[in-house]
Design a protein. Structure first.
Length: 414
């Protein structure tokens, strides 16, 4: 997928649920590339577009929307195809009942949604040729005008990687950050010091100086009931959340060597050939945390400003397999079935993402993309090195590890 230097800033939304788009990393200086690399990249794009499904899924509300109405706001439609599966789940894991219309062209929930709740919606459709298209979106419902709520990741009972911060996104701007932060605590069974850092006035992340200790337990306590976040705006949450930190897995992508080394609990588990960003569209350096996982999803160049003369995206791949998000702006590590086997480990041809060899349909467990997906947790770290690009910004995704401890602590309101 491709990067765009002039990308308009994309906001992170509630609790680390991020805008789903094509591979795009935001601002970067574009180095000189070779004609050979450019040709390889063009060939990859052409191959990806050749056999795409004609089905076009549209999810309402748009990904990342907030303050969504409770009635008749969530729905899915499709053109040039029929819906085959739609799933809407709350952040607590509750599945929302809904029905696909008899003609297969639309879906809506059976009842009103819950107030102040984060939802994730996934839809699949097929065209007349049986080719699948996938679409994913997340959104949150409204809260009363005189109150604020914080949506957070990880969720209760979740097992995450050692790089997973506690990230809280408030649905309204917080003016009294000191009072709000004082009403929130994060502690670990490993007794690591945990400090909060504000990114703007609606996002507060917590992390220790180094990664969480493997196999530890982390507890988040929100005592926001009655806390004034801004004039006339009070918190309405009293909640305790506990999650587990699993084994320690950090994967290092060496862009120059075109390999990824997966290290688990200090030992090398596997070395995988990769194809990272081309010289024209390099991959960010730095420590990036896996924040979302999709077995299959759509990546559309039009969503990040890459449009052809016909106004359509330069690429539109509707069944990208084993996609895992690394940044808000669209960096993914994902399977690639459309590139020749020969590019992996040999040429950096992507548009900014890290590509692993994979199979169409995401059903071949022997492919590197499938293996890495199956062996990765939300919160695992992927570190990119030796790329000609700069280091990713800490606020671009759940990537605060790219800020030193003194800088991190300086962003606390406590």
């Amino acid at each position: 997928m491709r990067r765009r230097r002039s990308l308009v800033a994309v906001s992170a939304v509630l609790g680390g649920v991020l805008m789903l788009s094509a591979c795009n990393d935001g601002g970067t200086e574009k180095p000189q590339g070779s004609a050979e690399t450019g040709k390889a990249q063009a060939d990859v794009d052409a191959a990806a577009a050749k056999d795409a499904s004609k089905a076009k899924i549209e999810i309402t509300p748009k990904d990342g929307s907030t303050n969504i109405a409770l009635n008749d706001a969530a729905n899915v439609t499709v053109s040039d195809g029929k819906l085959t599966q739609v799933e809407l789940k709350s952040s607590e894991g509750a599945v929302v009942a809904g029905k696909i219309a008899a003609d297969g062209k639309s879906w809506k929930p059976d009842a009103a949604l819950k107030r102040s709740t984060k939802y994730a919606l996934a839809a699949t459709a097929k065209d007349e040729a049986g080719r699948e298209a996938h679409e994913n979106a997340s959104f949150t419902t409204l809260s009363p005008e005189n109150s604020f709520v914080g949506s957070f990741v990880p969720d209760e009972g979740q097992t995450v990687g050692v790089g997973m911060p506690v990230s809280i996104t408030f649905n309204k701007p917080i003016k009294d950050q000191k009072a709000v932060q004082a009403a929130i605590s994060v502690s670990s069974s490993s007794n690591q010091e945990v400090v909060g850092h504000w990114f703007g006035n609606q996002r507060l992340d917590f992390r220790p100086e180094a990664y969480w200790q493997a196999n530890s337990t982390v507890t988040l306590k929100l005592a926001l009931q009655g806390v004034q976040g801004a004039p006339g705006i009070q918190g309405v949450q009293n909640k305790t959340v506990t999650f587990k930190v699993g084994r320690s897995q950090v994967s290092t992508v060496d862009v120059k060597a075109k390999t990824m080394t997966v290290t688990r609990d200090g030992a090398v588990l596997k070395t995988i050939p990769i194809s990272a960003g081309s010289p024209e569209n390099p991959t960010y350096n730095g420590q990036m945390v896996i924040s979302e996982k999709f077995k299959e999803t759509r990546m559309d160049g039009a969503t990040v400003g890459f449009k052809g003369n016909d106004g359509k995206g330069e690429y539109d791949i509707k069944d990208v397999p084993h996609a895992m998000r690394l940044s808000t702006s669209g960096t993914f590590i994902h399977g690639n079935y459309w590139g020749a086997d020969s590019i992996f480990g040999k040429a950096n041809t992507s548009h900014g993402c890290v590509g692993l060899n994979d199979a169409k349909g995401a059903n071949d467990p022997d492919q590197p993309g499938a293996w890495f997906f199956d062996n990765s947790l939300i919160g695992d770290v992927v570190t990119v090195m030796n790329s000609p690009d700069k280091t990713i910004k800490p606020e671009n995704g759940l990537n605060g590890w790219n800020m030193n401890w003194a800088e991190w602590k300086a962003g606390s309101a406590a």
